[in-house]
Design a protein. Structure first.
Length: 667
């Protein structure tokens, strides 16, 4: 199979053309598909990796699962890329989109909720009007994908009542089974040549064997993972052990609703539910919290850090007693109906998980386990206790094995490692165990040396200095004023994000420099902030967007909309980051350098990911500033700089000013 410069894929589609890098990747994918290989391919920005794996897959005619890290890419593949490649090559394909069951409306539960049989509060006029609106939408939507339901966000309290879980679904005994949207989506997937899934679904399949993908989907000859870098962390958390408030509250809801429905008067259902609800909320109240952000807390011995030990022990027992009582009550009536038996199995399982997860662990220095444990608490009070997989690589290998007799595997992303062996990624998933493993790095086709400059100021305060954010804000205000905005500041913490945004607003309010709009994470959703940024660049005064976390990837501002990208500090995981700790523990056990494996590699990958926001097309021009002197003074600075594409170095503030003036005048 050859990809030639004047072939079908060379024709511009959606404004994009193929390039040598894309053809190199397509050839490698084609070769992997026909020789049953495992291919990990890192494709830099602009390679066009989606087409580079879809085209050869289509030409080999293999049945495939294509898995993405996000639902956004899942939908983009299904709705845009697959039809476009199919049309360009003139080869039809039956593709289907499949998400986890909680993404689809459950007609049965919706009907029960509307009838007031689930104790949802259907008597509340606002609640019943919302359920009525959902009912009208559901009756017209053959797909039933809740992401298409206007006005329903991911955290809506309505969701548990209008969607199903593996445990509460009645399956073949359900009166709505013949029109069920979950089973309809699975049926369509069964008949497809390609099924577009997501990593969560793939990994969950490993744990939920009764809903494992091989049972749901047609046999796949090939599995392709896009955004594959996300598999490493997802595997460490999802293939470990966890229990959270959503599960416990779901059980409480069902005790309250299904208990009286199927075994009225036999157990004190309302009381059992109330006790479990109260214990769950007590955990939430004890955990450290912070307005607007998720707080991750590690363990110190048997207690999450910052939590009073005696209070924690008491609450831990409250949850255990609530689960014990629920399990005992359900055991007594389990024979009466299948849903009660399913609830009983779940209550016993979660009770055992709770005991295992909450057991006392020796402190770091004394322990020999390779797992780490932490608890996440979200601003809305939900929480989850997680224990990483002791060997995430082994767990992922088991997941690959359980996918059935797949012939070839392709893993791709813009960021898979910092060496040619892609060792961070390959080691993280245990892929080195495959004799047919191939790794490939394809650099971005963009001419970064000509298109981008890199400036590492040597006069910034040390990153740990309180004044660092203030000094950086002053510099950013001056730089952005030259460009009239067009500036994105990526920070490594929400605290720094707030400090820099506040300092910038004060500077512009005092009119010390040309006034620009300052947008900051927390002012709105990611989508709305990016829309405001674009609007300000097109018709407003110009803007500076200051953001952290999710803005380090998935932000695409091509052209001269973004000309200055500032990274405040090297993105090392915090010393308490549980996943970095887990990786460091495993590295130490293997005799490797724990700091290098747990922290430096992670920082290099995050830096690459963040820096990739600047140059998005062959005509983009811009400056990247990394305001962290450690790049110049520490031994790890060299390897971190090498992880970035080659850019022209700006050596001092004069160089920087000249570069900005050139950028401003080139528009
Ligand atoms: S089969 Fe399950 S998911 Fe489908 S409508 Fe019935 S309970 Fe809901």
């Amino acid at each position: 199979m050859r990809f030639v410069p004047d072939g079908a894929l060379a024709r511009p589609v959606s404004g994009k053309t193929s390039n040598l890098a894309q053809m190199t990747m397509a050839a490698a994918v084609a070769d992997a598909l026909v020789s049953n290989a495992v291919l990990a391919v890192e494709a830099g920005t602009g390679v066009g990796k989606t087409w580079a794996y879809l085209a050869p897959l289509l030409m080999t005619g293999q049945r495939a699962w294509i898995s993405t890290g996000t639902q956004a890419l899942q939908e983009q593949l299904f709705l845009r890329d697959i039809p476009a490649v199919s049309q360009a090559l003139g080869l039809p394909i039956r593709a289907a989109l499949l998400k986890g069951r909680s993404n689809y409306v459950c007609l049965h539960r919706l009907e029960k909720a509307r009838a007031g049989e689930l104790n949802t509060g259907a008597n509340d006029p606002a609640w019943s009007s919302a359920l009525g609106r959902i009912q009208r939408w559901a009756s017209q939507s053959m797909v039933g994908d809740l992401s298409e339901l206007p006005g329903l966000d991911d955290n809506s309290p309505l969701r548990p009542w209008i969607s199903s879980t593996r445990e509460n679904c009645l399956r073949e005994t359900c009166p709505s089974h013949s029109v069920c949207r979950v089973y309809r989506a699975r049926q369509i997937a069964q008949e497809a040549d390609w099924v577009v899934i997501n990593h969560h679904l793939f990994l969950a399949s490993q744990l939920n064997r009764d809903e494992a993908l091989p049972a749901l989907l047609p046999h796949a000859q090939t599995v392709i993972f896009d955004e594959a870098h996300r598999l490493v962390e997802l595997g460490e958390t999802q293939l470990g052990l966890s229990i959270g408030s959503e599960q416990l509250l779901e059980l409480a809801r069902e005790l309250k609703s299904l208990g009286p429905l199927m075994a009225r008067g036999l157990q004190p259902w309302a009381h059992l539910a109330l006790v479990l609800e109260q214990a769950t909320r007590m955990v939430s109240r004890l955990l450290p919290s912070h307005a607007g952000v998720k707080v991750q807390t590690n363990w110190a011995g048997g207690t999450p850090k910052g939590v009073q030990s005696l209070s924690w022990k008491r609450v831990r027992l409250e949850v255990l007693h609530a689960l014990d009582s629920a399990a005992a009550a359900l055991q007594a009536v389990a024979g009466a109906a299948a849903p009660l038996e399913a609830m009983m199995i779940r209550a016993v399982q979660w009770r055992n998980d709770w005991v295992l997860l909450l057991r006392d662990l020796p402190n770091d220095a004394a322990r020999d386990e390779l797992t780490v444990r932490w608890v996440d608490r979200w601003p809305d009070g939900t929480w989850r206790v997680i224990q990483s997989a002791a060997d995430a690589a082994q767990a992922f290998q088991a997941a690959m094995h359980s996918a059935g007799p797949v012939q070839s595997w392709v893993f791709t992303s813009a960021t898979l490692g910092i060496d040619d062996q892609l060792s961070w990624f390959v080691g993280g998933l245990g892929l080195q165990a495959h004799p047919a493993l191939r790794t490939l790095r394809i650099a971005s086709p963009f001419d970064h040396a000509a298109q981008a400059s890199l400036y590492v100021p040597d006069d910034m305060p040390e990153p740990a200095d309180e004044q660092h954010s203030i000094a950086l804000a002053a510099s950013v205000a001056g730089w952005a004023a030259v460009l009239g905005g067009r500036t994105l500041v990526l920070t490594t913490s929400l605290r720094a994000c707030t400090r820099i945004a506040t300092a910038l607003r004060e500077l512009f309010a005092n009119e010390a420099v040309h006034s620009l709009q300052v947008l900051a994470q927390g002012d709105g959703s990611k989508r709305s902030l990016l829309a405001l940024f674009r609007a300000a660049e097109q018709s407003g005064p110009g803007a500076i967007l200051v953001a952290s976390a999710s803005f380090w990837e998935g932000v695409d501002l091509p052209g001269d909309m973004l000309q200055l990208l500032v990274i405040d500090k090297l993105p090392f995981p915090s010393p308490g980051d549980p996943l970095a700790q887990a990786r460091a523990l495993r590295a130490r056990a293997q005799g490797l350098d724990a700091f290098q494996e747990g922290y430096v590699q992670k920082a290099a990958l995050a830096l690459k990911q963040g820096a990739g926001r600047l140059i998005r097309s062959a005509t983009d021009r811009g400056v990247l500033v990394i305001a962290d002197r450690r790049l110049l003074t520490q031994s790890y600075g060299g390897p971190l700089l090498q992880a970035l594409p080659p850019m022209t170095r700006l050596m001092n503030e004069t160089d920087m000013q000249n570069a900005l003036v050139r950028l401003a005048s080139s528009r």
